[in-house]
Design a protein around this ligand. Sequence first.
Ligand code: GLY
Length: 355
Amino acid sequence: MEVQNIVISRDLGAEVEEAVGRVSPDRLFVLTDHTTRSLCLPRLRECSPLVAALEPSRLISIAPTDDNKTLDSLTSVWTALGEGGATRHSMLINLGGGMLTDLGGFAASTFKRGIAFINIPTTLLAMVDAAVGGKTGINFRGLKNEIGVFNSADTVILDTQFLRTLDRANLCSGYAEMVKHGLISDIQTLAQLLRFDLDNVDYELLADMVAKSVAVKERVVAADPHEKGLRKALNLGHTAGHALESLAMEEGRTVLHGYAVAWGLVCELWLSVVRCGFPTDLMRQVAQFVRETYGQFVITCKEYDRLYEYMTHDKKNTAGSVCFTLLGGVGDIRLDQHASRDEIFEMLDFFREGL
Ligand code: GLY
């Protein structure tokens, strides 16, 4: 996988021109979802004469939200590229959140065996996680990200001005991935994250913190692009988190991905204390932050079997047991930690009872 060019934006128009110019495509396309088409495309057109000049057939739009990250949406993008005259030398700009950059990245990676693409993430979750690191794909037969490829965007442009379009819940959702990056890096970064006021956002400071957070992910991905080892560190909080997210979906409770990750971090830090000696007081500090910011996801013991079942289906498992990324301390990453059913149930007891 190519090393990804990640730009912390100062001048969106100039950065788009440069990123497109480096590839010199014969045709340029922009993919949005219906939300980013109305909220974010006008800003991109205002900043970039190249995008402003595109005729309507080069502006592709799909339905938003993760339940549309489907083969049908993918087909509609391939069709629009084909009808708009895209060749192997064309380029796609993906403007949107994680769903859009995942699907758009996959569409570009597979159209005529792969065309160049640029990601311009517009949500915090996409900026610090989804749009960076080369994972692309779609959901399939009810399974998240079941079909996809590793393939880096030529350039990822991070323009934190787009964060001003986000509501609090979506901001908090992406922030959970930043807390995860803090936990796998160093105590100063984590402390800064736990201090930040999400009710009264200092966007300048947030922009610096986003740059720092992305640098953590970049380092990990550069060392292990295909998730054979260190990249599994980025799964901290996600084994329990995905199970809670799947349970919520099954029960028709709406939960944003980052909220499930935040609750998953609490679960897995408890397991880190028990299994790897992670400091209890720090685990409690993070748990309190999560409770104050994300509230409590209510579960009962009757749901433990379902949650356990979801964890056993996690992509990252090897046959037969549930595998976690845990921590011995901040930045002290312990990969491939297998936990028994009893330990997982105790972890859920801790989560259910709160602090
Ligand atoms: N979202 C985790 C990763 O990119 O590996």
